[in-house]
Design a protein around this ligand. Structure first.
Ligand code: PTJ
Length: 247
């Protein structure tokens, strides 16, 4: 369907179209549409902009990624279809691996997503050799690659509300996440959660990666030390509340 470029919700409608196509191509799970609707609602509350709180979280996430010895970006159906360019730029900027990890898991879908990302120019995409399992998780999200998420020291989790973040933390890993919902289990459990729309969040993290690369490593430690996740999530909720009151 043609979406006029002057439509006030052009971007949002195009994004929905991408997800719809993703479902048709077997990349996105049908419930990915529901997850996206939840995200859109929170983005509306935010005013569809990157807040100061999100920038602060993105800076802390960048510092963690630069200090990591084995960072991995975990991507699912929605994030792989919504932001392949962002994933490519970030994975090259750090640099780090990208691993396809699915809740609604099937080998066929993992393979399709790995090929989709490779087609977008990503090089080091894992997921098809998921023979390890994250302890204490009963869902298929536990499946991961030995040379990827299983042995990573820092994992960036994109768009999920569940129990994997706690399980990854229990394995001693640092968990970073992007989730527009500041109340989600993932957002509240991660060491750093960026409350922002995925593509915007990846852009800002990359911006900070490039900026911090010119700084001494001691600066990364300082950024991480002063970062307080609970306060950041409260600031994100305050930004939503202020935006609502300004309407
Ligand atoms: O591809 P699969 O099988 O791994 O499934 C992926 C989905 C996304 C369907 C699955 O992880 C899921 O059901 O997710 P949840 O539990 O609905 O959580 C998704 C979270 O991401 C919610 O808290 C949403 O607010 C948030 N979200 C959705 N879209 C965006 C987003 N956050 C940032 N940017 C978005 N575009």
């Amino acid at each position: 369907m043609h979406i006029p470029s002057d439509h006030p919700r052009h971007r949002s409608l195009k994004t929905r179209q991408m997800l719809e196509e993703g479902v048709r191509n077997g990349l996105v799970t049908p419930t990915g549409m529901i997850a996206h609707g939840r995200g859109e609602a929170f983005d509306y509350l935010l005013g569809e902009r990157t807040t100061e709180a999100a920038r602060e979280a993105a800076r802390a996430a960048a510092a963690h990624l630069l200090l990591a010895s084995h960072p991995v970006i975990s991507t699912n159906g929605n994030s792989s279809v919504l932001a392949p360019e962002g994933l490519k730029v970030l994975s090259e900027a750090v640099p780090c691996q990208v691993e396809v990890n699915l809740f609604h898991h099937s080998e066929d879908r993992v393979k399709r997503l790995v090929e989709h990302l490779q087609g977008k120019g990503l090089k080091d995409v894992l997921g098809t050799n998921a023979r390890e399992s994250i302890p204490s998780l009963t869902s298929n999200r536990a499946l991961c690659e030995r040379d990827g998420i299983f042995t990573a020291d820092v994992v960036l989790v994109l768009l999920e509300d569940g129990d994997r973040t706690q399980a990854l933390r229990d394995m001693g890993k640092t968990v970073l996440s992007v989730d527009l919902n500041p109340l989600s289990r993932t957002a509240r459990t991660a060491h750093v959660n960026v409350v922002d729309e995925l593509s915007r969040a990846l852009d800002v993290i990359v911006e900070y990666i490039e900026e911090l690369k010119t700084c001494p490593e001691s600066d990364f430690h300082k950024i991480i030390e002063i970062y307080d996740s609970e306060t950041n999530l409260k600031n994100a909720m305050n930004a939503m509340s202020k935006h609502l009151q300004s309407q």
